[in-house]
Design a protein around this ligand. Structure first.
Ligand code: FMN
Length: 358
């Protein structure tokens, strides 16, 4: 049973960003224009030139179709091996050839691992459909993700109706490329199924609480991650979409989400159109991976180098924080984004949707 129309007083504001400082619809469009992955024109750094070869390889993949594997195509083209571990690690952390490696990678990595290390989002899709057998196999791979207690507390809404995908894109605004994706998957936490299973066996669901909400969210996120990895492995491209949560009051009825089922993120899926997106370098491993005990003492010292290793990005919320034509480093942009409340109406909506956050 789909949720009834939600009272306006409950959801009013979910789509907004913050009450006092909301930039409004135009501001949100500008924000999402800023969310595009590419650095500003001319902002390339020398260490990024290596990715040109990968882009050329990807272009050849597109012509080979989604089932083609990138590696052999690149070897055939005589381009330096994409599976070279040092190259992959340098790319992942935005390191220039002269920068020391943070650790000694193995001499070789299997192609599946190389695909993960080289993964990036796809925001441009070819008009080709995703063949049904491949789509169903990617979905099976999503279902291959680990799941808390094997409870599988998530649901995936498969949307292939171009009109529906366009409506979602229009609600989001500023992300028109979503309309080019032949497939849109909505990954949802699903507490309803557990409730129904309990009822079918005549038992009360005594764990219907914030822990179950978190488990369902983790299950959905893992399934999404596995779908992304499966897509990459199959030569498809994907991009998660958190912005579905700005429009839960519209997307939930569109997808007939019943009480206990809530969107975690969308995922566009399709055949990538060349050129590939840029490879977004990750934070240094020592800031994310803590040996034996948490220690973020090196954060301040490490951020300038990380900010400098990435091309300047379009500034977030220029209408609130002011313009910055030269672009922003990662940490400044993170602070700009995190200083503006987003989705302040989500919690009331989740409660209205029947989720227990206690
Ligand atoms: C949960 C989640 C939600 C995301 N939502 C959006 C989104 O709404 N729009 C978008 O363009 N990218 C979205 N992304 C993609 C991120 O922007 C992207 O992963 C990040 O910039 C790093 O780029 P990479 O994945 O190519 O390494 C999302 C990613 C995740 C994991």
């Amino acid at each position: 049973m789909a949720a009834a129309a939600i009272p306006a007083a409950t959801w009013k504001g979910i789509s907004g960003i913050s009450a006092p400082t909301t930039p409004g619809r135009r501001g949100r469009k500008a924000h999402w224009a800023a969310h595009r992955a590419e650095p500003p024109a001319g902002a390339g750094r020398p260490f990024q030139q290596g990715h040109g070869a990968m882009a050329r390889c990807a272009a050849s993949v597109t012509s080979l179709g989604p089932l083609a594997r990138r590696g052999p195509a690149c070897h055939a083209a005589g381009v330096m091996s994409e599976n070279d571990p040092e190259r992959l690690i340098r790319g992942r952390y935005g390191l220039r050839p002269e920068d020391p490696l943070p650790f000694a990678p193995p001499d070789s990595v299997p192609p599946a691992l190389a695909t993960l290390l080289d993964r990036r989002v796809t925001r441009r899709y070819a008009p080709d459909p995703v063949p049904e057998p491949l789509l169903r196999t990617v979905l099976a791979a999503a279902q291959s993700a680990p799941s808390k207690s094997d409870l599988q507390q998530y649901a995936i809404i498969l949307i292939q109706d171009a009109g529906k995908i366009a409506r979602i894109a229009d609600w989001i605004g500023g992300m028109d490329w979503i309309k080019g994706a032949p497939v849109f998957l909505l990954f949802c936490g699903d507490v309803r199924r557990g409730r129904r299973v309990c009822a079918l066996h005549g038992r009360a669901h005594a764990n219907d609480n914030v822990d179950t909400f978190l488990n369902a969210t983790a299950d959905a996120a893992l399934a999404l991650g596995f779908a992304v990895m499966a897509a990459e492995a199959a030569g498809l491209g994907a991009c998660p979409i958190s912005y579905v949560r700005n429009h839960v009051e519209r997307i939930a009825p569109l997808c007939a989400l019943p009480p206990g089922v809530f969107p975690v993120a969308g995922l566009t899926l399709g055949v990538p159109a060349a050129p590939r997106n840029w490879l977004s370098p990750r934070l240094p491993q020592h800031l994310v991976v803590h040996s034996e005990r948490y220690d973020d003492g090196g954060l301040e010292a490490a951020l300038p180098a990380y900010d400098g290793a990435r091309p300047p990005a379009r500034p977030r919320y220029p209408e609130i924080h002011g313009p910055k034509p030269e672009g922003c480093g990662w940490s400044e942009n993170a602070a700009r984004q995190l200083s503006v409340p987003e989705r302040f109406g989500l919690r009331p909506w989740l409660k209205w949707q029947g989720l227990s956050l206690d």
